[in-house]
Design a protein. Structure first.
Length: 184
């Protein structure tokens, strides 16, 4: 009978020590282990290509994915911040300025004419004929970054973001009238 108690006490002592080891281990490793490289692999192909093209194999310290005004925005921070400032991109790999205007479009086929779609899901083929015609006349060969449908009073207006630095944004009504700017 005494030997049964001794075995039981030894087992309780081992279990207690084992629980201490597990508690210590969990105290050190309490977050999911996701390296910047692992997170990089989950980024959209356009974003990955832009990072490689702009920074080569620079060491990434952090990747931030967020939705701003309905747009997916990816910010990549690098270990050497002096040499590589934060790189802000749209889902297609276009480089964005800190105010989220387009700094440089994503690489694409130079033979394309009017390409792209909005982050809101609006495609060129969804535009009314008058709007599409006005866009083709005013911005032939332009690459469209995004399209947003807005209502200004009783008028439907399409805000079209282009990947062109000289004319980054166009406002075109559903009947094809090109407007100067958004109402204030």
């Amino acid at each position: 009978m005494k030997s049964g108690w001794i075995v039981l006490l030894l087992l309780v002592g081992c279990t207690s020590r084992h629980d201490d080891v597990i508690a210590t281990y969990q105290g050190v490793y309490h977050k999911p282990l996701m390296s910047p490289g692992g997170k990089f692999a989950t980024l959209p192909p356009g974003v990955q290509n832009t990072v490689r093209a702009q920074t080569g194999s620079a060491e990434i310290s952090q990747i931030v994915e967020e939705k701003i005004y309905g747009r997916e925005v990816y910010t990549v921070l690098f270990q050497n911040r002096d040499l590589f400032p934060p790189l802000i991109m749209a889902r297609d790999g276009s480089i964005l300025n800190p105010n989220l205007t387009y700094a440089m479009g994503a690489p694409g086929d130079p033979g394309e004419v009017l390409t792209g779609s909005g982050s809101s899901g609006i495609r060129l083929s969804d535009l009314p004929p008058g709007t599409l015609k006005a866009l083709q006349e005013r911005a032939p060969g332009a690459r469209v970054a995004s399209i947003e449908k807005q209502t200004w009073g009783e008028q439907t207006v399409y805000v079209i973001m282009l990947q062109d630095k000289d004319r980054p944004r166009m406002y075109i009504s559903s009947d094809g009238v090109v407007l100067k700017e958004a109402p204030k």
